[in-house]
Design a protein around this ligand. Structure first.
Ligand code: NAG
Length: 296
């Protein structure tokens, strides 16, 4: 039992460490990042704090959608422990109202000075974790915040892909084989013929709200071929899905073998297209990854 417990703790990764923290205001040098610095959490010097204000908040961007299982919050130990009373933990993807309208995981009645309390969030999905104290003249101070959960898997791996034309054996499915890059001549990549208006389409088989699309370029040559690719997301198959709303255009050159991500802000749809309008090229994709959620 002792060994099992040790391994369990050892492999639980605190997601907050790799995140980015911001807050509604900052008191002196009580920066938002101090709540995720993993150290000095028992000393007030290692804590974040807002000014006294209405509805102060602190937000953690996990950079990816997670199913959050647990949030651990450490209160300051030098004074003012009651200031944390009534703080809400909110988790979700929208940035509306600085993410303070996202669903509530827990409302914290109180945390004794210097103590760390753990809250179960039952796998709530989100990229942002907010802590907010509703009310006037409130000060939000945090000495350490830890977040535990699992990353949402790449939705593309469960989908199917087709493309306008295929160059030899470089089929559409190579862009969703889970391999971003392998040595060799565009191995594990999809390539169309060198024609105008080429496209590649992913069918996710279900409707999703999509927050991130990641594309990996080929490494061996021709990296410029990715420039001009448009990411389109929606439910329509009109014009092969290429008329669906646009999330992004690849405007700057993606380096050979490079991976770029685009934020699609919860655009809804079953189909994700890569489309190069009005350009004659071999549309080449070594990997397309899609991250999103079934409920907004
Ligand atoms: C923004 O969030 C705060 C805190 O939850 C809430 O009191 C306020 O009503 C929200 N504002 C809007 C415009 O939704």
């Amino acid at each position: 039992i002792c060994i099992v417990t040790f391994l369990f703790i050892h492999f639980l990764e605190n997601l907050a460490v790799a995140g980015a923290a911001t807050q509604s205001s900052t008191s002196e040098n009580w920066f938002a990042e101090k709540a995720i610095d993993r150290g000095l959490q028992q000393l007030y010097t290692g804590c974040s704090s807002t000014l006294s204000q209405t509805n102060p908040w602190w937000r953690l961007d996990l950079h990816h959608i997670y199913r959050v299982n647990r949030v651990v919050i450490t209160n300051r130990n030098d004074c003012c422990a009651e200031r944390i009373n009534g703080m809400e933990i909110r988790i979700g993807n929208p940035l509306e109202n600085n993410s303070n309208n996202n669903p509530i995981c827990a409302v914290i009645p109180a945390i004794p000075a210097g103590e760390s309390y753990s809250y179960s969030c039952g796998g709530m999905e989100g990229r942002y974790m907010n802590l907010i104290i509703p009310g006037d003249m409130k000060i939000l101070t945090l000495c350490e915040v830890k977040v535990y959960g699992e990353g949402k898997p790449n939705l593309a791996l469960k989908g199917t892909a087709v493309q306008s034309t295929t160059y030899y054996h470089w089929g559409a499915a190579n862009a969703i084989d889970g391999i971003r890059y392998a040595p060799g001549v565009a191995s594990y990549c999809s390539i169309t013929l060198n024609q105008l208006n080429q496209w590649w389409r992913l069918d996710l088989l279900e409707y999703y709200y999509i927050y991130k699309v990641t594309i990996t370029n080929r490494a061996d040559c021709c990296s410029e071929r990715m420039t001009g690719v448009e990411i389109r997301i929606g439910n329509s198959l009109e014009n092969n899905g290429n008329s669906n709303p646009r999330c992004a255009v690849v405007t700057s050159r993606v380096p050979p073998g490079g991976t770029v991500s685009f934020n699609c802000n919860g655009m809804g749809g079953r189909y994700v297209n890569m489309y190069v309008p009005n350009i004659q090229t071999y549309l080449t994709l070594c990997e397309v990854e899609v991250y999103g959620t079934g409920n907004f």
